[in-house]
Design a protein around this ligand. Structure first.
Ligand code: G3H
Length: 503
């Protein structure tokens, strides 16, 4: 159970502690933040409402711990990460339980998130050892006008303090996807979890604590965004921000200083379906892509753009599959569970009502109980409807019928988002042309959008983000290149003759 066994020390009465200086602490604010269970809409957990002074303290500790960590051998950093991964996986059950309670993720998917996170940490440790263990050696005579008098050595050095801000939908996985690359590269790490998902994050951080990382190297600070949000992101000690979430990221990017940013801010992933597509494959992928975790994934299929000639058949196939989706509690592994908050459910309802007023075809009756929204396919959606452009982050999927591939590509490219997209066709040549024409960070051919496997590059264009993720890209983003140039008094060419006489 969450907060028990090896996790007892992270709890103070009914409030979870925050992590600073290698210890679990109670905030001097005396205040807490409630975490509402999306299914019951009652307070499930409480976390510390940390103060700005406590933020200052973790930043000071992070700065000093990083200096010693940078001197820790790479193999040793990797060893500790492997240890944390193993502890995390061994404790998947209590961590998954907190995911179920605070973000209503189905129980099975919650376990998968924890295991996937352990694998990500281990992969990162291995990749870091490889890519950080080698640098470059450049010779000056390859550039016009130069003799071979300069030897340039390059290596990757840490940035300093990395601030990680994961989202509610993958509080563990999208936290470790920032923590592990930061640490292997020799940085220290300050984690600000989302409110829904904070308790899962705190459990995950305890696994790093038990692995034996040095004091102050990792901190986890909880609290209200209004109190510590801007204070954290604008803190002068922060040397890099890795953020996943909504358009808050855009305002962070405007306020942050001259530091590297890694941001993933959502998407309106289009699924373009051509006449020759395997419609059974498309229907299964629309269900998986559009409705898993109730559509609360930035990579969810968020608009289907289907050729008119096959639209009726496709809609029938998807409708039949929607009818089989189970709706109810995450504890029972239902496919569709409550969305994360009441405000999110209200927003989704607003999009549905707008589509209704403007004449979309409802393939199912709209049904909502509290935060639980039944899966809904909206056919004959037109570009004047909000749902054609906005991301519901819920189990509601619009279908726009198109008369040409160009129409589909134009709709995809007119979006302010550009995360992923997918195209279904048996013609690989057409698929490549369409993929090249789609202004998104990734295009999946004949499968729904997805971030994983977690070592693949993952990036968004336009308002979908800055920088690229995936293990290797994250390690590179969290380092800087340093060069040392050895200047020789005379040119030296290996295997060249006559040097002795010049000595
Ligand atoms: O919600 C944003 C995530 O990066 C999506 O990850 O494709 O593994 O569900 P996923």
């Amino acid at each position: 159970m969450a907060g028990t066994g090896i996790f007892t020390e992270i709890l103070d009465g009914e409030v979870y502690k925050y992590y600073s200086d290698g210890e679990w602490k109670t905030s001097s604010s005396g205040k807490s933040v409630a975490i509402i269970n999306p299914s019951t809409r009652k307070t499930q957990y409480k976390v510390q409402a940390c103060t700005q002074e406590e933020v200052n303290k973790v930043m000071e500790l992070a700065k000093s711990a990083q200096k010693s960590w940078a001197k820790t051998p790479l193999w040793k950093r990797a060893e500790l990460l492997h240890k944390a991964a193993a502890i995390l996986k061994d404790n998947k059950t209590p961590i998954a339980e907190s995911l179920v309670k605070e973000i209503a993720k189905p129980a099975k998917d919650s376990v998968t998130e924890v295991v996937r996170s352990g694998d990500l940490i281990s992969y990162c440790a291995e990749e870091g050892v490889r890519i950080l263990g080698e640098g470059k050696f450049l010779l000056s005579d390859s550039f016009p006008g130069n003799e071979r008098t300069k030897y340039c050595l390059t290596s990757k050095i840490p940035l300093g303090v990395v601030l990680a801000i994961p989202p509610f939908n993958y509080p563990v996985n999208l936290a470790v996807s920032k923590i592990a690359p930061a640490l292997i590269a020799g940085n220290s790490l300050v984690l600000k979890p989302p409110t829904q998902g904070a308790v899962s994050c705190l459990h995950m951080v305890h696994c790093f604590h038990l692995a034996g990382f040095p004091k102050g190297l990792i901190s986890c600070i909880t609290g209200k965004g209004s109190e510590i949000g801007d204070f954290l992101t604008m803190h002068p000690a922060v040397n890099c921000i890795s953020f996943t979430g909504g358009d808050t990221g855009i305002s962070i990017s405007k306020k942050a200083g001259m530091i590297p940013l890694q941001m993933e801010l959502g998407g309106k992933d289009a699924c373009i379906v051509l006449e020759d597509a395997d419609l059974d494959l498309v229907a299964s992928n629309i269900i998986k892509g559009g409705f898993s975790y109730s559509g609360q994934r930035c990579t969810a299929v968020k608009v289907v753009l289907v050729m008119e000639s096959v639209a009726d058949e496709l809609v029938e196939k998807v409708k039949a599959k929607v009818a089989k989706l189970t709706v109810g509690p995450p504890e029972e592994n239902c496919d569709i569970t409550a969305v994360v908050s009441e405000s999110s459910a209200n927003f989704i309802e607003g999009l549905v009502m707008d589509a209704k007023d403007k004449g979309a075809t409802f393939c199912q009756e709209y049904k909502r109980e509290g935060n639980l929204i039944w899966p809904l396919l909206l056919d004959n959606v037109r570009p004047d409807m909000r749902i054609a452009w906005e991301e519901p982050f819920g189990p509601v999927l619009p279908v726009l019928r198109i008369n040409s591939v160009e129409e589909g590509i134009n709709h995809c490219n007119a979006s302010n988002f550009g995360l992923q997209g997918c195209v279904f066709t048996k013609d690989i040549n057409k698929a490549i042309l369409i993929s090249d024409a789609m202004e998104t960070g990734t295009v999946q051919i004949n499968s729904a959008p997805a971030r994983g496997p977690d070592h693949f590059p993952f990036q968004g264009l336009k308002d979908s983000g800055i920088g690229s993720q995936g293990v290797t890209n994250s390690i590179n983003l969290m380092t800087k290149v340093k060069t040392t140039v050895i200047n020789l008094p005379t040119p030296s060419y290996s295997m060249g003759h006559g040097f002795i006489s010049r000595l």
